[in-house]
Ligand binder design. Structure first.
Ligand SMILES: [Zn+2]
Length: 284
């Protein structure tokens, strides 16, 4: 699938599909957690792995880095110990080299070396496995995520990986704090903990509509509307609070919600479809 591009307030934004992943059905839906998921024989359909690119005037921003083709090799996870073993058994991948973020950026006329910032929502493999294309970019991870990774496979990170660990920021109504990435204040990073200890999301604040690059806060927009926490997350209470914060944000500002694995994310971006807050079911 070719990248989908839209322009908001003069800024080009691209949705790039960097491969596909299957998870267990009990991983996507509310469930009893990791042991059940390992035993679950049922897989979801193939889900996209979206990488987002913002051609901001202060520099190109890449949000997450997708997968790489080597993940389909049988021994790719062998270096990862228990977390590698679990990852290998609860995820399946489909990707060819031309779908990796490097070649796709080049095809858009953006050399990876020209990327200024790479923001990682968290350190799961399908978000970090394109890092090798960005040795010259400034990479940002939350300090919590870096210091307490959950379910990540660090042996797959490039040897030079030494991201800026961000924390703090200005006080924010819904998220407690917000970290300004660009000096114009239009791109901010907010904590969205729960899926992992230091999960974070990126918001582009437009004149009439905001883009919420959600990472893995939910698999789909529908889960946000239903306030439904997925089957795997390190802290279910935090994940529920995070969904409450995002829902409240969407009620305050017209927002297009863009999870990494939602098959409809890019289409909503292209069509400018904001979260229909009147469809939100009551808090559970
Ligand atoms: Zn994840």
């Amino acid at each position: 699938m070719p990248p989908i591009t839209t322009t908001i307030d003069g800024v080009r934004v691209h949705a790039i599909n960097c491969g596909f992943v299957q998870v267990k059905r009990s991983h996507r839906s509310p469930s009893l957690g990791a042991p059940i998921i390992l035993l679950d024989p049922f897989w979801t359909e193939w889900l996209p792995i979206w990488v987002w690119v913002i051609e901001h005037p202060e520099g190109v921003i890449v949000i997450d880095t997708g997968e790489n083709q080597r993940v389909t090799e049988p021994h790719y996870f062998d270096c990862g110990g228990a977390d590698g073993w679990v990852t290998k058994h609860i995820l399946r991948f489909r990707i060819q080299e031309q779908l990796e973020i490097g070649p796709q950026l080049k095809a858009l006329g953006i050399p990876p070396d020209a990327v200024r910032w790479v923001v990682l929502t968290h350190l799961h493999i399908d978000h970090t496995d394109g890092l090798r294309y960005f040795p010259r970019a400034e990479i940002l991870v939350s300090r919590n995520e870096y210091e307490q990774p959950y379910g990540s496979v660090p042996c797959t990170f490039p040897g030079w990986f030494n991201p800026r660990r961000i924390e703090g920021g200005y006080a924010h109504n819904q998220f407690g704090k917000a970290y300004p990435l660009t000096t114009d204040g239009r791109v901010i990073i907010v904590p969205t903990h729960g899926h992992s200890h230091g999960h974070q999301s990126v918001i582009f604040r437009g004149a009439t509509v905001d883009l919420f690059f959600a990472g893995d806060t939910t698999f789909t927009e529908q889960q946000l509307l239903e306030h439904q926490v997925a089957g795997i997350c390190i802290d279910k209470a935090a994940a529920r609070r995070t969904l409450g914060a995002i829902r409240s944000y969407c009620q305050e500002r017209p927002t297009i919600y863009l999870p990494t694995h939602d098959a409809q994310s890019a289409e909503r971006l292209k069509n400018g479809r904001i979260v229909r807050t009147h469809l939100m079911t009551t808090l559970r």
